[in-house]
Design a protein around this ligand. Sequence first.
Ligand code: BG6
Length: 470
Amino acid sequence: MERHAFPNDFLWGGAIAANQAEGAWNEDGKGPAISDVIRNGIVGGQFDGEVIEGHYYASHEAIDFYHRYKEDIALLAEAGLKCFRTSIAWSRIYPNGDDEAPNERGLQFYDDLFDELLNYGIEPVVTISHFELPLHLINAYGGWKNRKLIDFYTRYVETILTRYKDKVKYWMNFNEINHFHTIPLAAGGILIEDEETKLQTIYQASHHVFVASAKATKFCHDIIPNGMMGAMLSLSPIYPHTCHPDDIFESYQLRRRSLYYSDVMVRGVYPSYVKRIWREHGIEVKMEEGDLSLIKEHTVDYLGFSYYRSSTHQAGMPVLGNTGGIIGKDNPYLEKTEWGWPIDPKGLRYVCNELYDRYNIPLFIVENGFGGKDEFNTDREIADDERIEYIQKHLIEMHEAIMDGCEVIGYTWWGPIDIVSAGTGEMEKRYGFIHVDKDNHGKGTLNRTKKKSFYWYKQVIESNGKSLYE
Ligand code: BG6
């Protein structure tokens, strides 16, 4: 490969999630999802358990992608995207999650959406479950702590994979599943009611997720000849705050708490380090006969991950997190975004190497981006130079990782079109190269406007990365 070349078939793209973009939360037979009853985002926001009149729920309209997807995809095609990642809203297909039959209108919507993408030659990349569990599955079953969820998920997976098998090759089982510990409701589909049993609940629910993932992978391989099922984790790295051995080892353990999810889904076995955790916390994970062999035989084909920033951990400090990862100590070597997220391009190279050394399977960077405020200048343009600089530096480090020997198959810019923030529910934390006219209170025309970064990314894609160095 010449010095500045990316692989010829590199998947340059963009990524969104249904609940942050579609809106139409109760249209065409869709049932409510957990994301439809959370106010002010999944990190520290309010889960109402039902829709309470008079409150503002950002997902109900979001950016109205459900009705405007044709206009939006035309813009994404103009930017030259090779792939587009979105999720299927489970409750559009099975409104309660446990229904016997799927909702045809929901299925039709994704048929139309994928057809639209394919007409432009854009490869769909689909997350099966992205922070949007059908609400009924939490209220009636307690979510993933209940083994029945494996059957409901499997039915849903079989329905969508069968329906879209000729349209979608790249699948991902669960979004950022390692956020089970820090964002248990959205990422893990469980409510933590009792701190004492928190770990028991997390490890039991995680086991159900692993069995469900293995079944989904098996089904994918059975019916889609070249189908690829990926895991998806949030993998911003954790650096030790100092070279004190306690900082180093505790950071390592914290990292393993995340990698636990890929260890099981990629390697197909429970890692030995978790046995000690279970023993010391009195955790008993109930398994059924055949679970472990399923997990072993049906491992994922690639590892998708999000990368926004790095964290710095000091031994003994409380472990809190948000959508970007663990919230650590200040890293004096790094600048931060307005939302306090450290900007660390080299961390991306580091993580690619760490993951490829550990697993040796293809990596797919399915989320990366810069969340910030935008302003129109006097010419009614948005010159988002900071965002361009952020993405450029990250892409250069990603390229370094490829030169290091890591197999990276694609990169999807998070929120290519402004969407609702998952963490805070804000609209004004913007990631897009396309601006959407809407504010934090739901006001605005929803008009779309190309930002400076639109033209910049288009060039990056057109030149297959060469323009990054010009
Ligand atoms: C990831 C999620 O955690 O980070 C996305 O997969 C989310 O859903 C993204 O939007 C950025 O986080 P935030 O809180 O800025 O939207």
